[in-house]
Design a protein around this ligand. Structure first.
Ligand code: UD1
Length: 353
């Protein structure tokens, strides 16, 4: 065993894929997830893929005592990968305090425990949203953090700054901030994937649910942007490539005693793909014609962003393996699997807590 990693948000979309990758690379894992927006069925998926049943602490990380009890129960944690957070941009605009409380309150509690229990390694789920609407693309890690477009984006910017300040004063702990671009796709086994809460907002689940007939028609939000085909440009990264970046980040922290206190990495494919191109990629990779229409811009959307991922390639040795077609075909396979498991994986009964 290479060490025990606490994964918060372990039954979520990226957390569950990361647990699989950590287990497959010799790490021991415990999870903490209150499953308010994820499903215990992910633990079954992880077990089917890896043969390992993960222990999940069903706790609210905003509750300090419950969070602390996890660290007390596991006296040999090498590192923490902190995914647990809300991520719906629109919801954060409607209910900013919910986002500040949940995303920042849980982060503070986890960092307090890191300090008290002297845990040396921390990896944080950040986002390309911290760049706001960048002046130049592709963005590099030094690209300035501009005005956040939403309270969700603000929680990622503030989270990064809190960790930077924490790392500067904590003598032992070293951190990595991973700025994800647009995570998409599903595990090739189709046993894990994204479970959108209620009606999906993100493009890939909207595509697959439209193909499945759950959504009548997809609307392309904006076709008059100053881009090559008028639709927004994004950087889609396969969730398994993203998951592996976390394993590499933990290894980087363990193996580099002289690493700086807080390193930032862009985790994107490096390819800018338009919304219309991604629809075509879905149609090509699945052979399914998508019912879509061209519509108005969505407020708050960034026009175009994609990553320069040279730093992650060089320092982490991270090499993305999956193509855009792989993303679309795996997402579609997962959508079809979910249709065979409607009760087990249904999250539509979720309520805000
Ligand atoms: C944003 C954030 C990302 C965050 C994510 C969480 C930025 C640049 N990105 O992703 O960091 O993790 O929210 O949810 O701030 N689209 C349509 N029709 C649809 C759905 C989407 O045309 O039905 C378009 C959007 O207008 C956008 C693109 O598809 O241009 C991607 O949208 P989405 O999947 O929601 O992700 P972002 O908004 O890029």
């Amino acid at each position: 065993m290479k060490g025990k990693i606490l994964v918060t948000g372990g039954t979520g979309y990226i957390g569950s894929h990361t647990i699989v990758d950590l287990l497959q690379h010799g790490f021991e894992v415990v999870s903490a997830d209150n499953q308010s927006r994820s499903n215990a069925g992910m633990l079954d998926g992880i077990e089917k893929i890896t043969g390992t049943r993960i222990k999940n602490y069903k706790v609210d990380l905003c509750n300090f005592d419950e969070t602390r009890a996890i660290f007390e129960d596991n006296n040999n944690i090498t590192g923490v990968i902190h995914f647990a957070a809300y991520k719906a941009v629109g919801e954060s605009v409607e209910n900013p305090l919910l986002y500040f409380h949940n995303n920042l309150g849980s982060l503070i509690n986890v960092l307090k425990c890191m300090e008290e229990f002297d845990i040396p390694h921390f990896v944080f789920s950040s986002s390309c949203t911290v760049y706001g609407n960048p002046d130049h693309i592709p963005v590099v890690e030094e690209t300035p953090r501009k005005q956040a477009e939403s309270p969700y984006g603000l929680t990622k910017q503030m989270g990064e700054q809190m960790i930077e300040a924490f790392a500067a004063t904590n003598s032992r702990c070293k951190s990595v901030l991973l700025r994800y671009f647009n995570p998409a796709g599903a595990h090739p086994s189709a046993l894990l994937g994204e479970l959108p809460v209620d009606k999906p907002q993100n493009l890939t689940p909207v595509i697959t649910q439209t193909a499945a007939g759950k959504i009548a028609q997809l609307t392309v939000f904006g076709t008059d942007y100053p881009t090559r085909d008028g639709s927004c440009i994004r950087d889609f990264i396969h969730v398994c490539d993203l998951a592996h970046a976390h394993t590499l980040a933990i290894k980087f922290l363990i193996e580099n005693a002289d690493a700086s206190k807080c390193e930032v990495f862009n985790i994107g494919s490096g390819d800018g793909i338009s919304v219309l191109e991604s629809i075509r990629a879905f149609e090509e990779s699945t052979g399914i014609k998508l019912n879509y229409k061209l519509g108005e811009r969505r407020p708050g959307d960034v026009i175009a962003i994609f990553a320069n991922n040279d730093k992650a390639r060089k320092l982490l040795g991270w090499i993305p393996q999956y193509s855009l077609n792989d993303i679309m075909s795996s997402a579609w396979k997962w959508e079809q699997y979910m249709q065979t498991q409607p009760l087990h994986l249904d999250l539509r009964t979720y309520r805000l807590n």
